[in-house]
Design a binder for this molecule. Sequence first.
Ligand SMILES: [Zn+2]
Length: 426
Amino acid sequence: MKITYIDQEKPMFITGNVLKSSLGDYTFTREIRENTCPVEIYIEDGLIQSIDLILKISENQPPKEGVRIDVPQGQIMIPAFVDCHVHLVLDGIHGFRKFIGPASDEALVQRLKAIVCSGVAAVRDGSDRYNTGMQAKRMCERTLQEAKAGMDIITGGFPEVVTTGWALYREGHYGSFLGQGGIREFREVKERIAQLKKAGVEQLKVVQSGLVSFSAYGETGPAQFTLREMQEIVKIAGEFDLPVMVHASSDEAVRIAVEAGVHTLEHGYFVSLQTLELMAEKGVAWVPTVAPVAAALKEVQTLGPGVFNGKVEPEVLEKTIDNHLEKINLAQDIGVTLGVGTDAGSPGVGWKEGFWQEMQYYARAGLSPETIFEIAAKNGASILGLSREMGTIEVGKKPYFLGINIESLKNIENFLGPQSIFYCFS
Ligand SMILES: [Zn+2]
């Protein structure tokens, strides 16, 4: 896999075949019947300046100056991916840990580099008590400034990080590792949200249920906030201009969040068709995170049931996954905006392969590769509030894109990542 960092200083031309549906609305795309077409992408000042169909570039046009790169014939260009749900504080290694400490800058550099190598250009951190998302964001900004100032630092580029700080959860319920103490009295909520805004977060994370059980099918713990409370949270968050990202499983917990009009729903194990329909209607996006459950299943299959002290039943996990894949298919069918989120960092969900595995699960759910690539890039960028800069290959956006094997357009059940990565250095 080859990474090309795009330099702000030098104009660049990239030529190759592009997946038509990942482009914006260009007149030439209407003339092309195939789902791919050969284009020349011109980049200057860190932005895409023009995209032209190669057959249409007239021969008497004087060639412009710039670095030229040809994407190999067997590869197709698509926009870089966006991971809607990660936990930068966690290492992604197998096995349950009781204590989770803060992450060192060195560990974060490793994780961020692995993210870039997976083809992901932006992540949304799903919170932890140390506000590791902000630590990562600041570190990326600092490193970039040092690199721009000409200091001798080879950064290799970092993904963009959207942060949620620490999560709101109810005292005595699940969420202590995601937040800084639970809500005791509901009236604390406003002050908590004000603090988060002051800390610079871009979205608000709310924990609305427990974790999905690995031993009793369908168990997730009770809903933490009532409909009226959730509506109040959404209203206050709106006053601070913060979209609301809600961790919820069980149909009841999900339904409350959806009715309250949150921005995105995370996990959503055991969501019903009726609630999915309401999500489609209200424009609530869904990030199903199959990977953490799939990772637990893999672990118990490899190491045996003793590994979790009998707290994991393989059949329960299999049933949970099958049910979830069915719901993903339904959701896509009825027009729910899906996003790819891995819960990367969770036990067994690696920083590099986690994203590819999540896409493989979408393929197993019956979605086409082209649809999955669109969900992974365009929908993800929209969920993170980054549509102006990424998610499609369009004039005015940053040059974040990938070259994938042409065979991946037919089948991604064994997808092993991009072959080329074009990465913007800003
Ligand atoms: Zn999470």
